[in-house]
Ligand binder design. Structure first.
Ligand code: PLP
Length: 395
């Protein structure tokens, strides 16, 4: 017999996938340049130039059996040391190689941490809007997802709205900032307030509630804004990081879990993350990529193109009368359905070849998500279509 839950997850297409396939079909009919696909969060800025050089140098200079061989499950020592040293420099925290566990990106990092905390009846709090895979990750790995609805007034994190959802079974809260899909960066004050609530509630229920900081967009911020280092605000934090977006290499599958020393039961939690990864068939993250990301840890994404995109799109769409959430980080923007029907809005967009993902799957009905990691040229070409879309709603 086949496991029905897994079969269902395999057969259910995500709305993003469906739109992507639709865009290919539509492009064959009306021409690629007449389809305005804002659905997929694939980086549109190439990886920093140095990456290709580093790969070439490693292939030329490193002993092939070492370069392509297994590394320890948590990663090559020198690669972990380089990443830890960078984190130490940036945060002042005493991160060492033994706090770092390389993974194949943020998704497996999150699943490893979820599994590591999945005691009987465990619950994990998701703050809407959230990355649409979280409920699947949680529910199939031993945690019940508990959703705190979005505060659509500002999309910020409000600790007082989280508190009622904490129960004696709460093991963790996933905090994703800069946020996919809202582009919001949670303020230091809001994180401090969450830290206070979690500290008090942990004491009340008699076990630590961890923050799982999902940070693939950590460096992707605008206007000089910084995403605060959460363990300095709330020690019981585990970081899930990925280079998919920051170095524009999502297909290379590299990221890490960082369990800082300040987290409760840090060494045991690290061991549980390693154990959870093992149960998932993790052997090691790609060896070549471990070396690539640790070779020069000062590389940062070129934000200029993303910045230009978000400013232009935000300006044009708000001028047309749409209500948009101005992104402060990442490369996504939420736009409200003028009549509150996000599914209908996404469908209406298709009539003008504008592809937008209904944010219902992100726990945020009434909004659609636009990816701003597209070409500037496509944004310019899409403006007449947005104009018609606005008119069709009487804006
Ligand atoms: N978390 C968030 C918030 C994301 O947006 C994504 C990818 O889009 C992931 C995790 C997964 O990233 P990765 O490619 O590193 O597995």
């Amino acid at each position: 017999m086949i496991a029905p839950v897994m079969m269902q997850h395999g057969k259910t297409k995500s709305p993003i996938r469906e739109l992507f396939e639709y865009s290919l079909k539509q492009a064959a009919i009306v021409g690629r340049e007449n389809v305005f696909d804002f659905s997929i969060g694939n980086p549109s800025v190439p990886p920093p130039r140095q990456i290709a050089g580093t790969i070439r140098d490693l292939l030329d200079d490193m002993e092939p059996l070492a370069l392509h061989g297994y590394t320890p499950a948590s990663g090559a020592r020198e690669a972990k040391e380089a990443v830890a040293a960078d984190l130490r420099r940036r945060t002042g925290d005493d991160i060492g190689p033994d706090n770092i566990f390389f993974t194949c990106g943020a998704a497996p990092a999150l699943i490893a941490v979820i599994r590591a905390l999945a005691v009987e009846n465990a619950e994990v709090i998701l703050l809407a809007p959230y990355f649409s895979e979280y409920p699947v990750f949680a529910s199939t790995n031993g945690m019940k997802p508990v959703v705190v609805p979005a505060d659509t007034a500002d999309f910020q994190l409000h600790a007082d709205q989280v508190e009622p959802y904490i129960t004696p079974h709460t093991q963790a809260v996933i905090v994703n900032s800069p946020n996919n899909p809202s582009g919001v960066v949670y303020s230091r004050e809001s994180l401090e307030a969450l830290g206070e609530v979690l500290t008090r509630k942990s004491r009340e229920i008699g076990h630590p509630i961890y923050i799982i900081a999902d940070e693939p967009y950590r460096e992707l911020t605008y206007d000089g804004e910084d995403a605060p280092y959460i363990p300095a605000i709330y020690p019981n934090t585990v970081i899930c990081y990925s280079y998919s977006k920051s170095l524009s290499m999502p297909g290379e599958r590299i990221g890490y879990v960082c369990v800082p020393n300040c987290a409760a039961d840090s060494a045991d939690l690290y061991a549980a993350v390693a154990g959870a990864a093992r149960t998932l068939g993790h052997v090691c993250a790609p060896s070549l990529m471990q070396r690539v990301v640790s070779y020069d840890t000062s590389l940062r994404p070129d934000m200029a193109a993303y910045d230009r995109n978000r400013l232009r799109l935000y300006m044009e769409l708000t001028e047309l009368g749409f209500r948009c959430v101005k992104p402060r980080g990442a490369f996504y923007m939420l736009m409200e359905a003028p009549d509150g029907d996000s599914l209908g809005f996404s469908e209406r967009g298709k009539e003008f070849n504008i592809l937008m993902v209904p944010a219902d799957g992100f726990g945020c009905p009434g909004f659609v998500r636009l990816c701003t990691c597209v070409s500037y040229d496509m944004i310019l070409r899409s403006l007449p279509a947005f104009h018609k879309l606005a008119k069709s709603y009487g804006l």
